[in-house]
Design a protein around this ligand. Structure first.
Ligand code: NAP
Length: 211
């Protein structure tokens, strides 16, 4: 069975996830980041795109306050051409790198070839099937914008955890969701807000897919 997919984003008021230079650490404050770690701790797997690995070199571990123990989720990178550097923090055991090319070693990470979409990139359906086969029931997609867009276009996002910081990054900032090429408003994917609450200086909005 395919996992339930939650998209998690941390943005400016105007929905940007990074500046034009790609700087995103840290848009939101410590309370929102702690909440993000708590969400990781209840997810079986966390997924990002290779551009996020190259920009942020994330660990994607669940780091809870006061040293509370948490099981680290499986880390997953969508990386068609295996651009993840072997020295990246994610290039280690506990990480699954999904490519559409002939697999080759990337540090200690497991590299698996999956079916390609029409652009030659890992197809979202194939990624979800593989993760489901591996027992992943809950997947948190942490971006960046192009990965968010491909999951939304595949109609695969069940829920959204949106952390919004009171800053403005402008139109040259990186979009939280890349091009969807909708054309018409009625084609926009729709979500229902479940909650909105303050999280330090930020706003934490929770949504579920409206089907
Ligand atoms: N504030 C936040 O919440 C947050 C979170 C994450 C990232 N960020 C920021 O976001 C920026 C990176 O975002 P981004 O949109 O440029 O890149 P991204 O979404 O992290 O990665 C995009 C790359 O993933 C690969 N990919 C593999 N399968 C794909 C598929 N099916 N569809 C689309 N792409 C696929 C593609 O590279 P190949 O063609 O080579 O495979 C693509 O260029 C960084 O600046 C980072 O700091 C912010």
């Amino acid at each position: 069975m395919r996992p339930r997919v939650t998209l998690k984003v941390a943005t400016s008021l105007d929905g940007r996830i990074a500046t034009s230079s790609g700087e995103s650490q840290w848009i939101t404050g410590p309370e929102a980041r702690n909440q993000g770690h708590a969400l990781r701790a209840v997810s079986d797997a966390i997924l990002v795109g290779v551009e996020t690995v190259l920009a942020d070199d994330p660990r994607l571990t669940a780091r809870l306050p006061d040293g509370q123990a948490a099981k680290d989720p499986l880390r997953v990178v969508m990386d068609s051409r295996l651009r993840t550097p072997p020295f990246a923090r994610l290039a280690q055991a506990g990480t699954l790198i999904l490519t559409t090319r002939e697999p080759k070693p990337v540090g200690e990470a497991e590299v698996v070839r999956v079916a390609a979409d029409t652009a030659g990139r890992p197809a979202v359906g194939a990624v979800l099937d593989l993760l489901g086969e591996r027992g992943v029931k809950s997947l948190m997609v942490e971006g960046g914008g192009r990965i968010a867009a491909c999951f939304i276009l595949a109609d695969a996002v069940d829920a959204i955890e949106w952390f919004r910081a009171p800053i403005v990054l402008g139109g040259d900032g990186r979009p939280s969701v890349a091009t969807l090429a909708l054309g018409r408003l009625h084609k926009a994917p729709k979500f229902r807000r479940l909650a909105a609450e303050a999280c330090g200086d930020d706003l934490w909005e929770r949504y579920e897919r409206l089907s």
